[in-house]
Design a protein around this ligand. Structure first.
Ligand code: ATP
Length: 335
């Protein structure tokens, strides 16, 4: 379990973490969300003892990280910036870490297998893509078979297959009773991954709630429906109180009624449906609305904070990718 209690971190004039309190429970995935610059990485660094708080405490199983017995085997971490010697192979990188952590060599092959890097185990890491680097970082975090995992933006750089892979892996690890704390600035991704969510903005707590509750409260229910009898269906839906918007391609976007109800209504009237899919796009909008005032770096004032605005701010996924592509040095790391 992780306990953050009235945590404050100031860097000169900047308050990166502002009287933050929350708990991360074992056996579930806790998503740590906030726009860029919200203080997620700083909070994680404070939990991992890589930085000292100005005031307040961050405890792991009741102790500061530095006082944990055998911390590397209890806590696995992936921070956004990783330290990987570019001339070393993936296998040797992990072997070096295993040796410093007292982990047997056999575990290196195990974690390489687990993250899908066995085929490139003997390749130097300097040729790795950002996604492969993320997988290697996750392998390093898993080396000591830790009970608690702290992952900063682990989906950064992963392709869609990689994103599904990490989601499945995290769910598996949580079901084994481990504590999983994972940061992201992507609401929709976390909506399908996390069981619980802690949202911060400008270092302050905005929400600490089960994901289902967060979605129920903030997501507009929108269902995409396709039918060869769209007009009859629209009429029936409107008569039952739903809002219906026809799309240029003939699809219907339906508000204020659940997918199951739409299906039942169509069946009762003998209307054929070709598609019936609940949409989650509006959750991202709700999240951005919620954190709008807490986004540190806005785009030009006339632009609303759409996805593109977040992706264009310093330290974003897009910028990290650009930096990695340019071979920018990666530093730091707790595992
Ligand atoms: N070492 C540091 N010195 C000075 N300011 C810092 C330092 N580390 C972080 N900050 C500032 O603290 C604030 C929070 O940064 P942090 O990196 O924790 O946010 P974040 O939510 O992780 O953002 P991102 O998603 O971009 O990584 C920012 O204003 C950042 O500029």
């Amino acid at each position: 379990m992780i306990e953050v209690k009235d945590l404050v971190k100031r860097y000169g004039e900047t308050t990166a973490v502002d009287h933050l309190s929350f708990t991360v429970e074992p056996g579930r995935i806790t998503g740590f969300l906030g726009p860029n610059g919200a203080g997620k990485s700083t909070t994680m660094r404070l939990i991992l003892g890589l930085d000292r708080p100005t005031s307040g405490r961050a405890l792991i199983d009741g102790k500061p990280y530095r006082e944990l017995p055998d911390p590397l085997r209890n806590v696995g971490a992936l921070l956004e910036a990783r330290a990987v010697h570019p001339g070393r192979t993936a296998f040797n990188h992990l072997l070096y870490l295993a040796q410093t952590q007292g982990v047997p060599k056999s575990r290196v092959s195990e974690v390489l297998d687990l993250v899908g890097l066995s085929a490139v185990a003997k390749k130097r890491t300097k040729g790795f893509s950002l996604g492969m680097g993320q997988r290697l970082g996750i392998a390093a975090a898993l080396l000591g078979d830790p009970r608690l995992l702290i992952l900063d933006e682990p989906v950064n750089g992963l392709d869609p297959e990689g994103i599904v892979w990490i989601r499945t892996l995290l769910k598996q690890l949580a079901s084994e009773g481990r504590t999983i704390f994972v940061s992201s600035h992507l609401m929709n991704e976390m909506a399908v991954t996390a069981d619980h969510v802690v949202v911060i903005g400008r270092g302050r707590l905005i929400a600490d709630t089960p994901m289902e509750e967060f979605i129920a409260r903030h997501a507009e229910q929108v269902v995409l429906v396709r039918s060869p009898q769209a007009e009859v269906l629209t009429e029936a839906l409107r008569a039952s109180g739903a809002q219906v918007r026809a799309q240029p391609d003939g699809a219907l976007l339906v508000n204020k009624v659940e997918a199951a109800t739409i299906g039942e209504l169509a069946a009762s009237k003998g209307i054929v449906l070709h598609e019936l899919s609940p949409q989650r796009g509006s959750l991202e909008e709700a999240f951005m609305e919620m954190t709008r005032a807490d986004v540190e770096f806005h785009g030009p004032a006339e632009h609303p904070p759409a996805m593109a605005t977040w992706d264009a701010v310093p330290g974003s996924a897009a910028q990290s990718q650009a930096a990695a592509a340019q071979g920018a040095p990666q530093s730091g790391g707790a595992s």
